[in-house]
Design a binder for this molecule. Structure first.
Ligand code: AKG
Ligand code: FE2
Length: 271
């Protein structure tokens, strides 16, 4: 998928932002409490004890008024807003294509997923690998949303699990990686798979953007009749409220469970 020029510019500008001193970066943060945003907007960094070694900037639909922007580098806000707008259009287009591929009634997904306030984009910078630590930049996971777009600089490190092996998603200039998320996996009763992916660290800093095309938190998610009753198959997941699952997924990061089997994945709802 071709990447809009504003997105490449946004990637370059995010690298300039992440290169600023920490005391400048920490000013760019708005807590979720007291705001209607589903997550804190702006700058964040994985805690020192976390396995993941990256820092990030969370950006919502500019129309919602949740965002905080750095004063530097110049042009950051305009570029990132345009990038968000282009990726929203792309999300709507891919959703239409998916609707057809899934054999759903015309317009089903666009009616069901008709609110853009839980979509968000993260700019990320991964720290270079070290001798002492594990090389993980972002541990293995599936995205909890509908569709994700990723674009990255030339450093590399994104990997996708295929037939039990990690395959590198090599950076291709001007391209976007498109991943299916857990919501589509559940709607399709497991017919479409949410991609298992991770980021390994490299000798240099790595920069990427991920755009999460997401359902509103108040939506219920369950296997659709086209993939169950209409074809005589039993549902493989019980229904859940989207924000409840997202809350559990955020908790995995903020309060990492001691035992790996207690980390919540979509299998939490498997029947
Ligand atoms: O940085 C990347 O390439 C991927 C990030 C990712 O998987 C995520 O934010 O969910
Ligand atoms: Fe991801």
């Amino acid at each position: 998928m071709a990447c809009p020029p504003s997105c490449y510019r946004a990637l370059e500008l995010s690298a300039a932002f992440f290169a600023l001193p920490d005391e400048e970066k920490v000013k760019v943060r708005r807590p979720a409490e007291g705001s209607k945003a589903p997550l804190p907007a702006g700058y964040g960094r994985q805690p020192a004890h976390a396995a993941d070694k990256n820092e990030y900037l969370v950006i919502f639909d500019p129309k919602l008024g949740f965002n905080v922007y750095p004063a530097e580098p110049a042009g950051f806000r305009e570029t990132v807003e345009e990038c968000h707008c282009k990726l929203t259009e792309l999300g709507l287009l891919i959703q239409e294509i998916l609707n057809e591929c899934m054999g759903l009634p015309p317009g089903f997904l666009s009616d069901y997923n008709n609110d853009r306030s839980f979509d968000h984009m993260t700019a990320k910078r991964y720290f270079p690998e070290t001798e002492e630590e594990e090389k993980i930049g972002f541990s293995e996971h599936e995205d909890s949303n509908c569709i994700t777009f990723i674009f990255q600089d030339g450093v590399g490190g994104l990997e996708v699990l295929k037939d039990g092996h990690w395959v590198s998603a090599e950076p291709i200039d001007g391209s976007i990686v498109v991943n299916i998320g857990d919501v589509i996996q559940v709607l399709s009763n497991g017919k479409l798979k949410s991609a298992t992916h991770r980021v390994v660290r490299k000798p240099e800093h790595r920069h990427s953007f991920a755009f999460f095309f997401n359902l509103h938190g108040d939506k219920w998610v369950e296997p659709l009749p086209e993939f169950t009753a209409k074809i005589g198959e039993a549902p493989r997941y019980r229904r859940f409220l989207c924000k409840e699952y997202q809350r559990l997924r955020v908790r995995n990061k903020t309060h990492p469970p001691a035992r790996p089997e207690d980390v919540v994945h979509i299998t939490h709802y498997a029947i």
